[in-house]
Ligand binder design. Sequence first.
Ligand code: DAH
Length: 345
Amino acid sequence: MRELIDKAKVIALELKQAAEKVVTIKEVDDLRVQFMGREGCLTLLIKELKDLDSLAKREVGPVLNQIRVDATEIFRRLKEDIEKREAEAANMREKGFDVSAYQPKGRPDGTRHIYSKFIEDIEDIFMSMGFSIFDGPEVETDFYNFQALNIPQNHPARDMQDTFWFEKDKKLLRTHTSNVQIHAMQKYGVPIAGVCTGRVYRYEATDATHDCMFTQCEGLLVDKNVSISQLLGTVKKFLQRLFDSKKLKIRVRPGFFPFVEPGLEVDMSCVFCKDGCSVCKKTTWIELMGAGLVHPNVLRAVKVDPEVYSGFAFGVGIERLAMLRYGIDDIRLFHSGRVKFLQQF
Ligand code: DAH
């Protein structure tokens, strides 16, 4: 009895799939014969009903009947649709309307995404200063994203609210590109100088200036006797080149990031005004990036002796830089795929 119901369900599914492919009236007729003709699979199945006892008949009968009613309706609708379409086409032909005559004017050229171009600009500037380009995983372990970066177990940056975790293997989507500092030092040792651009993820609501996925550029230089003035010189040169302004200035304020000591917040002079505008909130300074001297614990995590080596690191949001360079006021436009927006670049 169960078997009969299962068979009927398979037939109903097959009919639905076959019905999606038919195009002509003849195909509809053939399909009807295949399912509901004298030797059709549905007809034969219904015939099997008579061999069942009355109790089973009462159960299976209505199921088969419903499938038969549905099938009849499918065939009726298919025929109706095709006839309508053919009538419309005939009508068009009569009016001399050639449906195939429409040709869009010129096919628009594809180009690289503004993101890719901007990232290449950034990488070019750093390469010209002697930095290598690093790459690293976006699906990361706790060790690389947090522990090795001196982010302790109870640090708020680890909050389940801020991080996308994979339940299965306890991995996470990296929350910053700082994880690449660790991979790079493990792979290439020290001295080292490189930058990494890549996607990072934060579990947060999106608005005009926040997205749950965005891009960062991370820089790292480790050598003997590295000082803050080298960090500031590098960052300033980079920004001056990126914004094409020799007059661009930077200033630093104390900031806290567990993986640097001292930690700094770097601001740049507003590129839009001299005495205050809405972008710089009338301060003439724009908050830009985190930076600092690599924390001894980070060096220890990759078995580098902090008594011998020191380094600097910085991290900056690429969307923020691009928004400032191109005067874009909504971060979500970058991922929207809106052709009108993209065609501007
Ligand atoms: N990882 C930090 C963030 O996502 C940015 C950052 C700050 C990177 C200071 C650094 C640094 O390398 O030194 O907000």
